[in-house]
Design a protein around this ligand. Sequence first.
Ligand code: ATP
Length: 405
Amino acid sequence: MKENNQELMEKIIAVAKSRGFVYPGSLIYGGLAGSFDFGPYGLKLKENITKLWWKMFVDDREDMLGVDCAIIMNPKVWEASGHVSGFADPLENGEKFNVMFKTSVGAGEEAITSYLRPETAQGIFVNFKNIIDSFHPKLPFGMAQIGKAFRNEIAPREWLFRKREFEQMEVEYFTKKEDWEKNFENWREIMQSFAKALGLDKVHELEVKEPAHYSKRTIDFEFDYPFGRRELWGLAYRTDFDLQAHTTSSGIDLSYFDEESGERFIPHVIEPSLGVDRTMFAVLISAYTEDELGGETRNYFKFPKEIAPIRAAVFPLLKNKPELVSKAREVYQMLRKEIPNIIFDDNGNIGKRYRRQDEIGTPACVTIDFDTLGENNDLLDTVTLRDRDTGEQKRVAIKDLRDNI
Ligand code: ATP
């Protein structure tokens, strides 16, 4: 763990705000508890994290299908899933408070009460039959979704940790009952690989002693936040609870026919459930670094390059020399065709630009100078490539830049 203190948290919240990662929601009106807005770099970071998740959990496999389901569903879904009767936290007086956000759907007397979904999982379960009918997938297979979820948390707190509106990345993986353990293990490993790819300091697994009513086994993936070790993600064996419950409630048979054995049964489910916001928070904490470089103290985000909001910044050494600017723009245009998230920057002097890029965690800076233009013949068409973490600079041929960024 880094510093277990309030100070680190305050520093990160301040940098995240001043540098355009995370703003308190509705700030000009005094904010709203549990509500935050992402600025341009927060959005990029989120995009890169969710893309990496989709790649590792969906696209790199042959047994996954993606969906994007409605946030407002038929309220019967939430009755069947147990959320209407049981998704409640205790208030101070011990009374139970259901944390689903109620909303009214339709006008006048036609209006019915429904809810903003408190998890993305149910959208997947209610589409199970649609997917079977359209794609005829063989077990085991999974469905994946990234989307917003809403919980009227009694005490939203700790910045991105407990929000009232947050985002989830969820998989429901359908398997034969007898295969649940090996699939559970497989997803556990993928979750650990994802943590590694994000550069998260060790993520601790906690075997949950009393899992939720629908689960036979749950592992919490915990992370050391500045306020203590808390749940980052969950992995649950949900048994056949949800598909059974929806079969009973809807009267629609959600069983699967296994051609090999000639048997019909309700599949069992393994669910890796990952919160985007808690992940972003953990990534920001893990990446935040303070050190000394060239006699000056600095702070920067040591993001792995795959998720850094800006992958590389391209500069002309001087902004008032048209020949430098036009060569720099040429290099910038070339790079951005091949690599996402490249920016051009000619504000202030080079030192300031490095500082600014360090602060937002840009792994590489490319400077076009007079040598690039051939002032020193040996260096024609080479640039300075500066590394964020070491501050080291090396000369690289423009044609080799792509492989070095
Ligand atoms: P907690 O016990 O901390 O309230 P939970 O066990 O209710 O969390 P789950 O229902 O398992 O959470 O939700 C799956 C994931 O969604 C969590 O691991 C977390 O990453 C994320 N998540 C849940 N609630 C919130 C929230 N209020 N704000 C941000 N992320 C959340």
